[in-house]
Structures are given as structure tokens and as C-alpha cells.
Design a protein around this ligand. Structure first.
Ligand code: ZN
Length: 269
């Protein structure tokens, strides 16, 4: 009778706020701060567990648990007889996290696509100013492969991915490149799915895929950031449209044709 309704119970339940959780957060926060402030660097050895526990006012098991968790992330390495050493984590760990998210929340791919659009639009703007001859060559090579693999979903998906990776590398921004690399697993899949969707379409859309990438390369060479941003957004828009059509395909509803007409207009505007 006085019980909290089941529907609202989860929002007020916070299992992580116990003493252990806050102790862990303390150790984690302390090390993060030290790293960000540059007080500890790659290769430095941390204080022994006992001293860390004393300094932070938490138990040794909590310190040990936190360090072990951080070693899984690659932030530190626990070396026998040496102690805990600070490392630079491999960014591909993030890719694994994305992959786990995807496995559990199917819709996450669309959200990752939004992040990709944000990253890549800034990347192409930077590429307009910073792309080197090597970057251009890399994109040109990927474009040739895109053209040659138009009827091969796997090879074509990979070539498409290579083209966009080369584009992002041309931004010469390490952070963008690393974040993009972290999404690599998911992006490869989305490129392949998209190419499979294109595979079922006519020659016109296949030609559009090639021409789209050629246009992206041209605007980068021309160094026109606004045109590049626009061309890239249009390119993503076609992908959205293909995914949408695929989603509607199994059960065509009455609303589908109207929505399609509206989308097509947007696309050609
Ligand atoms: Zn593409």
C-alpha cells in the first residue's frame, strides 16, 4: 500500500552510490586529475597501493579494484614487482565499447551515424585547408576501388570506408582521427549494409555513389570548405534514404509513398 509503484522504482534506485562505488570514483577521479594536470605521465609509476589508500581515505581492496579496472581500459599496467605504471590507452578500446553497445541496443547505429556526420563534416572542412598530396592520392585510390567494386557489397563497403577514413586523415586532426577509428567496427558494418542496399538498386544510384565520392574529392582539392560540407551532408542523406527504404521494404504502409516523395524532393533540392 505504501510501496513505491514499480514503474517509478528504477529511477530512485542507485546501486552505485554505496561506499564501494564512491571509493572507486575517488581513485578513478584522482588519477584522471593527475593525468590531465600532467602530474603523471606515460611510463610513471604510481604510489604503492597502501599509500594511495591512505592518501584517498579508502581501503586497499578498493584501490586494487580500481587499478585493476583501469588496467582493463589500458590506462595503467600492473607489473609484478614493479608496481602500477601509467600507460597511454589504445583508443581501439573505445571501438570495443561501441561494439558492445551495438550488441545490446540495436538503434545505437543511428546515433553513431549522427556522431559520424558531425565528425566527418568538420574533418572535411579541415581537409580543405590541410590535405596533403598523399591524402589526395589515398582518396583517389579508394575512389578507383569504389568504382571497381560497384557490384560487390563487401569489397565496395570496404572501399567506401577506406575513402572516408582517408578523408578524415586528411583533416590532420589526431583527435578526430582517433575518435573516428574508435567507431571503425560499426562504420564498416554500416558501409557494407548501405552498399548492399545500393546493390539492389538500379545503375543510376550506383553511378551516383561513384559521382558522390568524386565530388567530395574535387571540393577538397578546390579547398572550398562550405561546398565540401554541403556535398558531404548530401552524401549522407542518400545513405539515410537507402536505410529508410530498406526499413520500409518488408511492410509497405500507406504512409510510405508520401514520405518518400517528400524525402526525394529534399534530396534533389
Ligand atoms: Zn561514402
Amino acid at each position: 500500500m505504501t510501496r513505491i509503484p514499480a514503474a517509478t522504482a528504477p529511477s530512485i534506485t542507485r546501486p552505485e552510490t554505496g561506499a564501494e562505488g564512491s571509493g572507486f570514483a575517488k581513485v578513478f577521479g584522482f588519477l584522471r586529475e593527475q593525468l590531465l594536470e600532467g602530474k603523471i605521465r606515460n611510463g610513471d609509476r604510481l604510489l604503492p597501493e597502501r599509500e594511495l589508500a591512505l592518501q584517498l581515505g579508502v581501503s586497499r581492496p578498493i584501490v586494487r579494484e580500481a587499478l585493476r579496472a583501469m588496467s582493463m581500459l589500458g590506462v595503467v599496467e600492473i607489473r609484478e614487482r614493479v608496481g602500477t605504471v601509467v600507460c597511454q590507452p589504445d583508443i581501439s578500446v573505445l571501438g570495443d565499447v561501441f561494439a558492445f553497445s551495438l550488441a545490446q541496443v540495436p538503434d545505437v547505429i543511428d546515433d553513431v551515424m549522427q556522431a559520424r556526420i558531425a565528425l566527418e563534416c568538420q574533418a572535411i572542412r579541415l581537409a580543405c585547408q590541410r590535405a596533403t598530396a598523399t591524402d589526395i592520392e589515398r582518396m583517389r585510390e579508394a575512389l578507383d576501388v569504389i568504382e571497381a567494386t560497384m557490384n560487390d557489397a563487401d569489397g565496395g563497403g570496404l572501399a567506401d570506408f577506406d575513402f572516408h577514413s582517408a578523408l578524415v586523415r586528411a583533416s590532420r586532426s589526431d583527435t578526430i582521427v582517433q575518435l573516428y577509428a574508435a567507431m571503425a567496427t560499426l562504420l564498416t558494418r554500416s558501409h557494407r549494409d548501405r552498399r548492399r542496399a545500393v546493390g539492389g538498386q538500379g545503375d543510376a544510384i550506383k553511378r551516383t555513389v561513384v559521382e558522390d565520392h568524386r565530388r567530395l574529392l574535387e571540393v577538397i582539392i578546390a579547398g572550398d570548405a562550405d561546398a565540401a560540407d554541403l556535398a558531404l551532408r548530401r552524401h549522407f542523406h542518400i545513405g539515410d534514404e537507402l536505410r529508410r527504404q530498406k526499413a520500409l521494404a518488408p511492410a509497405k504502409t500507406a504512409a510510405a509513398p508520401a514520405a518518400k516523395t517528400r524525402k526525394s524532393k529534399e534530396e534533389t533540392s
